[in-house]
Design a protein around this ligand. Sequence first.
Ligand SMILES: Cc1cc2nc3c(=O)[nH]c(=O)nc-3n(C[C@H](O)[C@H](O)[C@H](O)COP(=O)(O)O)c2cc1C
Length: 304
Amino acid sequence: MTPGVSVDIGGLRLGGPVLAASGTFGYGTEVPLLERRALGALVSKGIFLRPREGSAPPRIAETPSGMLNAIGLQGPGVEAVVRDYAPMWAEWDFPVLVNINGESASEYGELAARLDGVPGIAGFEINISCPNVEQGGLYFGNDPRAAAAVTESVRKRTKLPLWVKLTPMVSDIGVIARAVESAGADALCAINTFVGMSIDLNAYRPRLSFRTGGLSGPAIRPLAVHLAHQAARAVDIPVIGVGGIIRAEDALEFLVAGCSAVQVGTATFVNPKAIAEIHDGILGFLEARGLSSLAELPRYLPRD
Ligand SMILES: Cc1cc2nc3c(=O)[nH]c(=O)nc-3n(C[C@H](O)[C@H](O)[C@H](O)COP(=O)(O)O)c2cc1C
């Protein structure tokens, strides 16, 4: 018998534990070309209320076992999402969550209110790695009060499942995790990219025009497993592990470390079939170990 791999994550029942990470699958226009059977859910590229151009090129740079990106949250704005993408998402047999962004807590709330009830939108993933313009550009995700204020602002405007995506650029991820849990998050995603920089020795300047970028890919995996584990130990809501997953074994590390599901980002750029292969590999692992479902996978989650 094939092991059961469906999971309940913060208000959503997913057919499988492997999800497409925000920003690495766009708005899903390529989905018809892929094997959908393995996709637990898709998280859209981040959007703001209004359209944004993003950063000037070059916006990506390859690094050892990873990449730096500074896309600058380019996006078409909320009205285009409602008009052009949500109708397509409504036809699909897996949920689509929208990754939402803002420059103030109220802007996040407004965005959620505009998308709430639109067919095709199954929930929200709040990206708190955004500068808080009202508080001098400090990142929402670095401050438990600001992270909670954003979560509360969105929670007030929607009953849809609400996931909060944590930044790794903090001294104690557990503090932020508990703050957003108390503010009404249904699940957490850990983690977003690390800030990094790479220098072009011919030009004597950074490779990215934005100077710094978000580091993703296998280079960050052990850091991500650790942070996802710390987040899972801090809260009672489900945690979705993200960061450097390219094979089923990598995903299983996050699951054993206490995560309920995983997201795959950079791997898709290298291998468009990565999500299907990871999904199948998890099934194969459970079968080989005689486990009848993902729920039976032993978790290492000490609470001391
Ligand atoms: C090109 C690119 C764009 C991204 N855009 C977003 C985004 O819009 N919102 C967000 O929350 N995360 C974004 N991310 C972060 C990913 O969703 C993910 O958290 C991160 O890349 C780590 O996972 P990975 O190593 O599997 O790629 C982006 C990552 C990449 C590589």
